[in-house]
Design a protein. Sequence first.
Length: 72
Amino acid sequence: MYQDKDLLIQLGRNIKAERVRRGYTQEVFAEKIGFTREYISRIERGQENMSILKINNLANVLEVEINNILKF
């Protein structure tokens, strides 16, 4: 069973992996999604607990299925 922090860390790793796979820097990705680079950094470090709607938006911008982001 996952602890809350472990879930957020894995979610951040999944998002970062997809971002890097697309060749986006944090700055470019933040601009595409309308967030700050600092917010993207906090997400990728597992320091942000996002709503499912924000996660879906991230997946859409990355052009991946949401289950690629939510795999644990």
